[in-house]
Every structure is written in structure tokens, then in C-alpha cells.
Design a protein around this ligand. Sequence first.
Ligand SMILES: [Ca+2]
Ligand SMILES: [Ca+2]
Ligand SMILES: [Ca+2]
Length: 428
Amino acid sequence: MRQSLLPPLVAAALSSLAGAQVTVDGSTAGDGYTRYSTQTVNTQFGDNQSELNAAYARVTDGKLYLAITGNLEANFNKFELFIDARSGGYNTIPSSPGNDGSWQLQGLVLDSGFNPDFLVICRRGWNGSSSVFDIDFGELGTSNYDSFGNIFGGADFGQTTTSSGSITSGLEVAYNGSNSAGVSGGTGAADTAAAEAVTTGFEFGFDLDDLGWTGGDILVSAFVNSVDHTFFSNQFLGGLPAGTGNLGGTRDLTAIGGDQHFVIARVDAQVACSVTNHSGGFPAQLAAFGSKVASENDLGLRVTGLPTTGTTAYLFNSFLASGQSLSTVSSPSIGGIAAGGDVCIAGGTFGRHVFGGDVFMGNGGAFEITADLTALPSPRDGVSYPSPGHYSTAVLAGETWYWQCWFRDPTSGVGHSNFTEAISVTFQ
Ligand SMILES: [Ca+2]
Ligand SMILES: [Ca+2]
Ligand SMILES: [Ca+2]
């Protein structure tokens, strides 16, 4: 059973974030995605015809945004997506809803811990008079599914929003099949750099409510299958071992090395904090993705929803030594002007992540850093605030660290500033 990492209030906060930063247009450009999976093996379903190069996601603005770069041949082969976003689900695929012949997937055994609730099917081809791109959204184990045909109005590529039935808020979908690079043909090990360089393919915006998401991890599997869902390609994300050809009629993914799914997880918890709207009319957000295992040194910190005009931002961290406790400083005066919002990670020593020259100008209202957990700019024992960032220390398993971002908000008036929400990460 999957553990919920975020309390429901976080889902509510995400849902209330105004100003989408992801454009569902079939390209990952400018969307601030995090990559969660990279193809491991070349394609046996046609180089640049049916290949899946990498998977990207963001959970923001009340949606799961998902981009799978690559191509799908226009012969009505299937692009299939299993999504596990809530408790329950099916580790062995049931026969229902069975739309588009997907009952043929019945009995497919997935890797341990992966219990999807939904199956999304995409297909494209020539219907005799025009190109068509279709998408189905089905709820496994029920008779519920929605089918949307020719959603790009006869075009090969496109973007649109569909809505009906169980899709309450609209399903954003886009496809751009222009990729002509990425992985090669065959069964050899994929060139991961080439796979990760591809920016076009499938892109989706799923409403988190439609997925029944309540704040935990989201697990996804993407793969290419034959027209009748009976002959699996070797294009899966998570990928198959190098050297693996088409899986054909295989029905047991536990017999295949590695997980044929990937996990989209926020690794932070929110710290109770007064977060106020900035001049844009909405609050700025902070989230951590990656691994909570300190020794893996894989933690990304993402600030979103900043004012888009001339933002200077500092990302602060803090650490509590034994006996210290977290405290709040309400609307601190900075340069003689009270900031909007509170500092909620006070009480310990502060560190400041420095962005090449002391300041960072946010692009498009968002930025992300990779925290070096072996040398976090935060003094463990030395003097910190008001001159933080002069020392660094390694994050250790068992420690809880806190982050919050301060940013200027010039359109609120000269000298004005504000804070994002505050988060914590407890490392293992
Ligand atoms: Ca996009
Ligand atoms: Ca290719
Ligand atoms: Ca497996």
C-alpha cells in the first residue's frame, strides 16, 4: 500500500494555485518539467515511428502534467498509459472496462507496488478521409470510460481539451510527432543523452480530482502496443533491460528486470505558514522532488508562481540543532519595509542557496535548483543569519531540513517582498 506523503490540505493548496505554468502543446519546452524516466533500449517498433524517449511530470495547479517524448506510428498502434494515483487499483489488469479492445490486457501482471486505477489509450491513423487522433480514458475494474475521437480535427498533431463523463474538469492532451532523433532502431542500449534531448511527443494535463489523487505518490507506466493490445513493443517507461526485444504476448512484467513504471513523488511536507498573495494575485509555491535518501544526493527544489516581472529571489534553508525549535517571524521588515507573508523556518541556522552572483532572476515565475546534499550552504554550528551562506555542510540521514524562498515583488511597490510557502524534508 502506498503511503500518502502529503496531507489533504496540500492538495487543496495546489488546486488553488493560479496561473498555470505548463502549456500542453506536445513539447516540454518552457514547462519546468522534472524527468522521471529515460528510455533504456532502442525501439523495435520503428525508429521515429513508435518510440518512447523519456517521461516528464509536474504536479501543480491542481493537475498532473505528464509528457512522454517520442512518436506513435499512424497505424492505430496503441500508446497506453496506466496511472496509479489513489489507493486501491489493480496489480493484475482486469478485463473491464475493456474499451477499444483493451480487455485483451486482462491478466497482465505489473511490477510489485504498482496498482493502477486508470488506463489511457491513444491511437492515430488514417480513417479513409482524414487523419485522426483518438484518446480514451478508462477506470479499471469498472464500466466507466470516455472515448474522444479525432480530437485534432483531422490534423496529424494538435492540442485540445476534452471533457465528458468521468472527466469533470477537462483532459488536456497534445501530440507532436516531429521527433526524428532520440533512440535508434533495434534492441541495443539506448543513447540516454539522445533520448533525453527529445522535447516533443505526448503531453497531458489530468485534473487531480479526476484521478482521485489525495496527495501521495503517483505511479505511471507508458508503453506502445499493437492495434489489438496483444503484441507489446519493447518501448516501456520505465524501460526494459538493454537487449530486450518486443515483449509480444508477454503477460508478466515481474519476469522482466526493473520496474516498468516510474514514480512521481513530492518528497516534502508543508510547514504551517501564512502564505499571502503577491502582486500577481496568487501565492508562490515551493516543492521538493527527487530522493529523500541523503546518500543519493538527488533533491530538486522548485519555486513556482513567482511574480514574473523582475523577480529577485533567494532560497533559504534552515536546520535545527538539538534543543532548538522552529519559529515564525511575522512579516519581517526588510530594508525598512514589511514583507508580505512570514518567515516560518526560523529558530535554527540559516543557509542561502546562492545563484551565481548572489541573486537569481526568476524566469517565467519559476526556477529550480538541484541541492547538493554533500555541501549545502548552511552552517551547522557557525554564525548564520544575517550573513548566511558562508559555510556548507553535508545533510545526514535522519535530519529534517527546511526551505523557504524570499522574493522581491516590485510591482507591489519599491522595496516590497514576500515569501513562498515553507517546506520540510526529512532525510533517510
Ligand atoms: Ca508543453
Ligand atoms: Ca529515434
Ligand atoms: Ca519488471
